[in-house]
Ligand binder design. Structure first.
Ligand code: GCW
Length: 670
């Protein structure tokens, strides 16, 4: 991963660092502090090519400690003022009196600060005048593993689940430790071990023992464990006749179950729940509401400081008019009714992790309810672990979208970090792309998406360029001839995938069964909203989903002026055109060409851009290990083949409706 330390490449920088760090002094006395000691020694040995002595020198020392005593009184008081401003996970990295000091209120803060400092070294940043003050901007920064107890991973493309339930609790796989270390290095502080399509068995005593073993490994890395709670568990493993959240036996069962978990895992984080969605049981089975369900669990967790993450990903088969509207319609009326330890977890867009979606209208629309962001790191709709797509670019686009809920600059990032409506509880979840593959994520560049998610959960205002540059420098090389072209490639890669899969606001036109490859045609999936034609609505007149006031009126779920903008075809950004409008094939676009020709040329651009990715990659051979170079080369050639497949399948299919020739500039589909 990005923690594979390398000797500092630039000789002058190496010399400066050796000069600046002649000794290290690190506090001792806890497991976390031991981890810091090990990490620093290992990292410096490799990066600085020297065995740095542990000693308390007067200067040129790296000092990592919660209590720092300074000679100069002035510095000392400003340091303690700054320290007082930090959250428990925050830290300071400062150059003071010729030393580099990392300090914090907690051991975990020191660990985060240490990883930040090591990142500065590996990416070759100046360290002679540091004045870094950092606290995470969100509180709950969690991975959501869609891992089943049989070790299959729903929408996982990197092998099997890394949790070996069979050998737990006795056998502690080294992977668990590396996993915790990697997460700590980017500030992730929680992990939901199990799939949201939940299995109640994980709440039985023998599994709780296994969960405890993982929690014990993760604790010194600041990583809390959470579980998914299957709503019908009281019936399935508790022998009750109902799971009605207003039934006192059911309430008692959850309370006792929760107490039982906390006896084994005293810092257990809480539950993540998918209820009344895609066949999962929930409170609505008993005529109750999301509030009834969430608050019942919240009450059981409250005495232990646990939380409920209640997902808003709901869409019913009974109201097929417009799936995009349903989460908002079901949840927004409940604003203010959830208990104070409940977060509603909302996917970034209203459909389902498509290559591009406008931001979910729930963001900003529930001023009295903590909403947490759910991103998908695993590439369910973006070419699995086969296509290279740098997702922080997608995440950034969503986080920077302006909801206008409290006027201009009410961006989604402010909903997520709680500043828009003064929320105390905040968080971001990422559906993990991690598995048993040697490189953890299948595609070697999938690691960048795990990394980028963590960085954005810590600070939702970071730019994707900054993240791309950091990750490239950490993982491969700091040579500008590598970093610059590869940064460009990463940043471009997200738009490229949109172009060859779902340009101009198209969505959900993949194969309906496995979600890989094109499938704009009718599928035999049973539900109308599980087939692509529901979403693109191509006919002899045009293509696209009319979500304006003359159509499904989903636009009314946005605040003005966003709603007005999306309602008006000429003001709608072209990237969302077919998301909101049914547009005639001959409609003239900004470049003067028709919609049909634009569609064709955008698909073609997508293909051309993958060709450019391939040729950029070929120039990177000197900077990459042989194996990784070859791996990515092979994967890119699949990506190119499949970009053409998408283009050809979609254009030939849509041509049946448009009845128009392909523009001359487009390579003819075969
Ligand atoms: O994206 C869809 C997936 C399902 C998933 C569901 C969800 C875990 O196709 O596999 O189920 O979303 O987010 O609940």
């Amino acid at each position: 991963l990005w923690l594979h330390y390398r000797t500092i490449e630039n000789k002058k920088v190496l010399k400066d660092y050796q000069q600046a760090i002649q000794s290290i002094s690190i506090q001792k006395g806890s497991e976390t502090l031991d981890i810091i000691n090990e990490e620093v020694k290992h990292a410096l040995n490799t990066m600085l090519q020297q065995k740095t002595p542990t000693a308390n020198k007067n200067s040129n020392s790296l000092i990592i400690s919660k209590s720092i005593s300074l000679k100069s009184g002035k510095n000392s008081s400003s340091l303690s003022n700054e320290l007082a401003q930090l959250t428990d996970e925050g830290y300071l990295i400062q150059s003071i009196e010729g030393n580099t000091i990392i300090t914090s209120k907690t051991d975990i803060g020191l660990l985060y600060g240490t990883f930040h400092f090591l990142r500065l070294l590996q990416t070759e940043q100046p360290i002679d005048d540091l004045s870094i003050v950092q606290s995470p901007k969100t509180q709950i920064r969690v991975l959501n593993h869609w891992d089943n107890l049989d070790r299959t991973v729903e929408r996982g493309y990197a092998g099997f689940s890394i949790w070996n339930w069979h050998t737990l609790p006795e056998y502690i796989d080294q992977r668990y430790i590396e996993y915790a270390r990697a997460n700590a290095s980017i500030g992730i502080n929680g992990t939901v071990l199990t799939n949201v399509n939940a299995n109640a068995l994980v709440l039985t005593p023998s599994y709780i023992e296994k969960v405890k073993a993982l929690a014990d490994v993760f604790r010194p890395y600041g990583l809390k464990v959470y579980l998914t709670a299957r709503f019908s568990a009281p019936m399935e493993i508790g022998g009750l006749k109902t799971a009605d959240p207003l039934n006192s036996e059911v309430q008692k069962w959850w309370q006792q179950k929760t107490d039982e978990i906390y006896r084994s895992v005293p810092d257990f984080g809480g539950f993540l729940v998918k209820a009344n969605s895609e066949g999962q049981p929930g409170p609505q089975n008993y005529g109750r509401t999301h509030v009834d369900g969430a608050n019942m669990l919240a009450k059981a967790l409250k005495p232990h400081n646990g939380i409920v993450m209640w997902r808003a990903f709901v869409y019913s088969e009974h109201d097929p008019s417009d799936r995009a509207k349903q989460a908002y319609s079901e949840f927004v009326p409940f604003d203010g009714q959830f208990a104070d330890n409940v977060l509603v977890q909302v996917k970034n867009g209203a459909i389902d992790f498509q290559p591009r979606e406008p931001f979910h209208p729930m963001f900003g629309a529930m001023p009295q309810t903590p909403l947490m962001m759910e991103f998908q790191i695993t590439q369910e709709y973006l070419g699995f672990s086969t296509h290279l797509v740098f997702l922080p670019k997608l995440f950034e686009e969503v986080l920077q979208s302006d909801t206008y809920r409290k006027g201009k600059e009410s961006i989604v990032a402010k909903v997520v970090d709680g500043t828009l409506h003064n929320k105390k509880l905040t968080g971001m979840a990422g559906v993990a792309n991690i598995g048993t593959d040697d490189n953890w994520t299948g595609h070697p560049f999938g690691q960048a998406n795990w990394y980028g998610f963590g960085r954005l959960a810590w600070d939702p205002y970071l730019s994707s360029e900054e993240i791309a540059e950091e990750w490239l420098r950490l993982t491969f090389s700091t040579n500008e001839d590598f970093v610059e072209p590869m940064k460009k490639l990463l940043i471009q890669s997200r738009e490229t995938v949109v172009k060859y899969m779902t340009p101009l606001g198209l969505h959900h036109i993949m194969d309906a069964h496995h979600h890989y490859g094109p499938g704009p045609w009718i599928s035999k999936m049973g539900r109308p909203d599980w087939t692509s034609v529901y979403y693109h609505k191509a006919d002899s007149i045009g293509i696209g989903f009319d979500r304006t006031t003359s159509g499904s009126n989903a636009t009314s779920q946005y605040a003005d002026p966003v709603a007005a903008q999306f309602n008006n075809i000429s003001n709608t950004p072209q990237k969302y055109l077919l998301w909101f409008h049914h547009v005639p094939w001959d409609y003239q676009m900004l470049n003067g060409k028709t919609l049909w020709n634009n569609l064709a040329l955008t698909y073609q651009e997508g293909v051309d851009e993958v060709e450019e990715m391939v040729s950029t990659w070929h120039k990177m051979e000197p900077y990459i290990s042989k194996l990784e170079f070859k791996e990515v080369e092979m994967l890119l050639s699949i990506q190119l083949k499949e970009a053409k497949w998408w283009k050809n399948a979609c254009m030939l299919y849509f041509q049946q409706f448009s009845d128009k020739p392909f523009p001359a500039e487009m390579e003819k589909p075969e």
